[in-house]
Design a protein around this ligand. Structure first.
Ligand code: HEM
Length: 208
């Protein structure tokens, strides 16, 4: 029987490299932000590590963008018709059904891997949070890229630093929700094991 891969190898490799880089960025970012409060890593070391990790995250993001366009994987992140009703169904499941042992309202397949809430969270990450974090990070690293008139209107680059921090907190909130959703998937072909091993699903039986 032919079997279809739930998470292709390139996606799994990207996911875990991206996750490792992201987590180290959170640690070094907090270390920089709270340097006065006696962070464990020295300020200078944190700056060097944070900048290098930021460049790695941007590279990984560009790689992901190219691959999702080339493979058509971007469709997985596009909301389907009836999104609001689907979100309501999925929310009811997370608030009530999950504690009663109900079945998941959406069954993951290689064609549609994510439930509507996962889909929305990933789309927000890919379209807003990662590019926002990258753009504000690059502008903090190279403030001369900003036209002088813009810097004067903002009264310096502090608003960019604040936007960078706000997006970092939002991305950390994404991670907490992501972990909860990933650990409560409860189906054999999705979840952490599948993101590690790819996991194969039986191909559908041909219809007579
Ligand atoms: C470190 C712990 C992490 C674990 C255990 C984890 C687990 C998973 C799992 C199991 C999936 C498969 C689908 C699902 O169940 O939602 C997934 C997908 C995904 N994760 Fe993570 N993840 C982690 C960290 C991260 C981080 C730090 C990011 C980004 C900042 C991230 C971004 C994504 C994205 C974008 C997808 C969807 C991939 C696609 O396009 O198919 N994950 N993750």
């Amino acid at each position: 029987m032919s079997r279809r891969l739930m998470f292709p190898r390139w996606l799994r490799a990207w996911h875990w490299i991206n996750a490792a880089v992201f987590l180290e960025l959170v640690v070094t970012g907090f270390s920089l932000h709270f340097a006065d409060a006696g962070a464990s890593v020295s300020f200078r070391k944190s700056v060097i590590m944070h900048n290098a990790l930021g460049v790695a995250l941007i590279d990984a993001y560009l790689y992901y963008l190219v691959r999702i366009v080339v493979t058509g994987h971007w469709r997985q992140l596009m909301p389907c018709r009836g999104l609001l009703a689907d979100i309501a169904k999925q929310t009811r499941f997370y608030l009530l059904g999950i504690f009663r042992g109900d079945h998941h309202p959406f069954v993951a397949t290689p064609e549609r891997r994510f439930n509507p809430i996962q889909q929305l969270a990933y789309a927000a990450l890919v379209v807003l949070l990662l590019p926002g974090q990258a753009l504000t990070g690059v502008l903090l690293l190279y403030p001369s890229l900003l036209p002088q008139a813009v810097v004067e209107t903002m009264g310096g680059i502090r608003p960019i630093a604040e936007a960078h921090s706000v997006i970092a907190y939002a991305s950390t909130a994404f991670l907490l929700v992501h972990l909860y959703l990933a650990l409560t998937v409860g189906e054999p072909h999705t979840g952490v094991g599948a993101m590690l091993l790819g996991d194969r699903m039986p191909a559908p039986e041909p219809q007579d």
